[in-house]
Structure formats: structure tokens, C-alpha cells
Design a protein around this ligand. Structure first.
Ligand code: 2IT
Length: 444
């Protein structure tokens, strides 16, 4: 395999799909060495097969807004790879959603899900629907119209969607309701469900909690501890909330949250009231962080600035892809940051990652750090299949073990000359599982 040749071919076919090409390039560069040591991979054309989704569904979603006006959005489901289990991955509702974004997310999901060691393939879906400013009724009608198309292509043993940006517990509820009405079965076809109807304890917190467990292992390996450290968090959604909660619990000080409108500096760190207010702010569907500083006057809102302008030890991107660029990385490094763990998917640009790695800063990629979310979805699927529910302690301890194992897998493949390249480690560890599963199942 020659990465440049494959990328040139893909760029010719999918030149517009920048995020997809970025995600593929990162993985191929990481695995090139081991791939070329295994002629059986090349013989079976594993890479050529892996970079193309198994199939993509694109559909029209028409719904009626509160004024009685008819609205049309696009819906998608990318079923990327099912070598190790049913397709699994979230749904994103955001105006930026297009095939490039969903193919990048679906591609990342393959390796992330493999890292969890649970039997889940990779998939992703969503819509360019913008939840911002929408009423509860509008959200419900959109979700119902979306599921009216999607339901034929998913199922508890074929494809199991969940939430992502713009899709939380409320949306999963409306989606599940419509699926159940159409399919006439109550199964674990979606994860992130409500606790009373098949959801798992700890699933809402799992992405952020898992990320902090991973960071704990990174720091432990580097003979450091999280206690008393300043943690900059971007975003204020579900992932940022779980991360802020666990970081605070572990004795770190969360010094920032951010939104599309700017950053809030939090000099005294988070407390119960502030953590709870994050949920209120998210539920308001306004997508601005400024009200946080109005509610808590000791905090300072700085418009049009990112979380990376705040002095911190540990940076945790928790919002969006490519939200931390080369300049941000250099600013963080200059301000003394010594660890960055992506909690958002592909939160850092390649330039930022290069800057962190050159400076020998602890850096870990989203597909390892945020895998606790989908891992706990996997645990939800298990509970559904067994018709039981585990206690919070049981789920949390399984989540803990999974994050520990992912960290060990990254170290196994990423350690070189005393520095751990977590990007390489995560990509190789995930890829090896998927590649072997594909080999064993023949040419399909
Ligand atoms: O990016 C992700 O891993 C998610 N949005 C969660 C996917 C899932 O199926 O729980």
C-alpha cells in the first residue's frame, strides 16, 4: 500500500469531501508500516474495501413547522463496515451535515468500535436539520418524519443508531416511538433510550466519564495526576457536561466552557449548580454560552474567542471536528498546556496534532478517548438482548475496564522511544481487529 497513491485516487473521486479524506489519510498513514508487513492484507485488498462504505442511504425528510409551513431536509445513513458486528453509530442533526461529514464520522466509528472490544461495526447518519430555535413539537415531527424513512434500514441486529450532536435523549425518544409504531416491536434498535424503556444507566454521562478515565490512564503512565489541574473544555453539550462532571469529581478545576458565540472563563471551577445549568442551557436549543456568565457573574464571557485562549494544563475539545487548529495548538503550548485529549470526533486539525506531537505533549485522538460513549451503547444493547438492566456501578465498572484496555492497546502499538503516539496506537489497534475479521469472512 502506498498512502499517496490511494489518497490521490480518493481525491479524484471525492475531492469535495474534505473531512472524509482527512480522516482516511490519518488512519492510512498510521497503519502503512504494519499493513505492508502483512502481504495477506494487500492480497485481500483490505484498504481498498475499507475506505468505501458498504452502502449509503440518502432520503428526503419533509415535515410541517409550527406556522404550518412545509419544510424539507436531507436525511442520511452511512453503513460503513460490519466486519465485527451490526452497524453502530450516532445520528447528527446539524446544518453542516453532508456526506463528507458522515463518511468521516462513519469511518472513524469503525476503528473506535473495534477498540471497545464489543461486537459493533461502524455507521453514522443524520440530517442537515437545524434544531436551533425549534419547538418541542417541531423536533418531534421532524424525528417522526426522519424515522418514517430510516426504519426499514435499521434493526437491533443490523444497524443500531444513537445520538450525536443535536440528538439527545428527547430526540431518541421521538425516533424510538415512531420506529416502534412502524415495526411493531420493542427492541434495542436505538441506544441512548430513556431509563424506563430500555435505556442504560450511565449512558448519558458515558462519553465524558470514559474520556476522563482515559485521561487518568494517560497521566498515570506519564507519572502525573489530574488532581488540582486546570482543564479547558470546549462546548457545553452532552459530552462537555459528562467531561466537566467527572473532571470536577476527580479534583480537577474546569476553567472554561464555550459555544459558537465565545468562551466562558470559570475562575473557581465548576460546582453542582453550574453542572446542572449546563443541561438547562443545552435544552433551551439556543446554542449560545453567553447566558452562563449572566447566571454566574463570577464567570467572564469573552465573545468570539475559543476555549484554547484560557490558560490550562489539560485541553479537552468536546464540541466539533477541527475545532482546535494549528494556531490554537501553538497558543496552548505557549501557555504551558501539557496534555490534550480529543473528546469530540477529529477535534484537532492535522496541523494541531503535529504541533502537539512535535512538542512531545501528551495527545490522544477522539476514537480512543471518546469510545466510552459507544462502548456504553454496546452495554445497553447487551442489556436489551438479555432483557435485564445493570446497576450504575456495574455499567461504570465495565466502562472503566474498557477505557483501561483501550489505553493499553494504544500503548502497545504506539510507544516508541519513550513517547506514546496515541494516534498511531489507536489506529493500528482498531485496524488490526477489523482487518482480521474481514480476512476471515472472505471476499464479500
Ligand atoms: O461518536 C460517537 O461515538 C457517538 N456519537 C455515539 C455513538 C453510539 O452509537 O453510541
Amino acid at each position: 500500500m502506498k498512502v499517496d497513491d490511494i489518497m490521490a485516487r480518493l481525491a479524484k473521486k471525492y475531492g469535495q469531501e474534505k473531512e472524509y479524506l482527512q480522516a482516511v489519510k490519518e488512519v492510512l498513514e498510521s497503519i502503512e508500516g504494519v499493513y505492508n508487513e502483512h502481504p495477506e492484507f494487500e492480497n485481500a485488498k483490505i484498504v481498498e474495501r475499507l475506505v468505501e462504505p458498504d452502502r449509503i442511504f440518502t432520503f428526503r425528510v419533509t415535515w410541517v413547522d409550527d406556522k404550518g409551513e412545509i419544510r424539507t431536509n436531507l436525511g442520511y445513513r452511512v453503513q460503513f463496515n460490519c466486519a465485527i458486528g451490526p452497524y453502530k453509530g450516532g445520528l447528527r442533526f446539524h446544518p453542516s451535515v453532508n456526506l463528507s461529514i458522515l463518511k468521516f464520522l462513519g469511518f472513524e466509528q469503525i476503528f473506535k468500535n473495534a477498540l471497545t472490544s464489543l461486537p459493533m461495526g461502524g455507521g453514522k447518519g443524520g440530517s442537515d436539520f437545524d434544531p436551533k430555535g425549534k419547538s418541542d413539537g417541531e423536533i418531534m415531527r421532524f424525528c417522526q418524519a426522519f424515522m418514517l424513512e430510516l426504519w426499514r434500514n435499521i434493526g437491533p441486529d443490523t444497524d443500531v443508531p444513537a445520538g450525536d450532536i443535536g440528538v439527545g435523549g428527547r430526540e431518541i425518544g421521538y425516533l424510538f416511538g415512531m420506529y416502534k409504531k412502524l415495526a411493531r416491536e420493542h427492541t434495542g434498535v436505538l441506544t441512548g433510550k430513556g431509563l424506563a424503556w430500555g435505556g442504560s444507566l450511565v449512558r448519558p454521562e458515558a462519553t465524558g466519564f470514559g474520556a476522563l478515565y482515559f485521561v487518568q490512564h494517560m497521566l498515570h503512565k506519564a507519572e502525573k495526576s489530574i488532581e488540582g489541574k486546570r482543564v479547558a473544555i470546549s462546548g457545553f453539550g452532552n459530552v462537555a457536561w459528562g467531561a466537566a462532571e467527572k473532571a470536577t469529581q476527580l479534583g480537577a478545576k474546569v476553567v472554561s466552557l464555550s459555544g459558537p458565540d465565545g468562551v466562558v472563563e470559570i475562575p473557581d471551577g465548576m460546582n453542582r449548580e453550574k453542572l446542572d445549568y449546563m443541561l438547562e442551557l443545552r435544552a433551551s436549543n439556543r446554542d449560545i454560552i453567553a447566558p452562563f456568565a449572566t447566571k454566574f457573574p463570577e464567570c467572564k464571557f469573552v465573545p468570539n474567542k475559543k476555549a484554547w485562549s484560557v490558560k490550562c494544563d489539560i485541553a479537552l475539545p468536546c464540541a466539533f471536528q477541527n475545532e482546535l487548529g494549528g494556531d490554537d495548538a501553538r497558543e496552548l503550548i505557549a501557555n504551558g498546556t501539557w496534555c490534550c485529549a480529543e473528546v469530540s470526533n477529529m477535534g484537532c486539525t492535522p496541523e494541531a496534532i503535529e504541533a502537539f506531537q512535535k512538542a512531545k505533549i501528551l495527545f490522544a485522538p477522539g476514537k480512543a478517548v471518546n469510545a466510552g460513549g459507544v462502548a456504553t451503547s454496546g452495554l445497553e444493547m447487551t442489556q436489551n438482548a438479555m432483557h435485564i438492566s445493570w446497576s450504575a456501578q456495574e455499567v461504570d465498572s465495565k466502562l472503566h475496564d474498557i477505557m483501561k484496555n483501550i489505553h493499553e492497546a494504544c500503548v502497545k502499538y504506539g510507544e516508541h522511544d519513550g513517547y506514546i503516539n496515541y494516534v498511531k496506537g489507536a489506529n493500528i489497534a482498531g485496524f488490526m481487529k477489523v482487518a482480521h475479521a474481514m480476512l476471515e469472512q472472505g471476499v464479500i
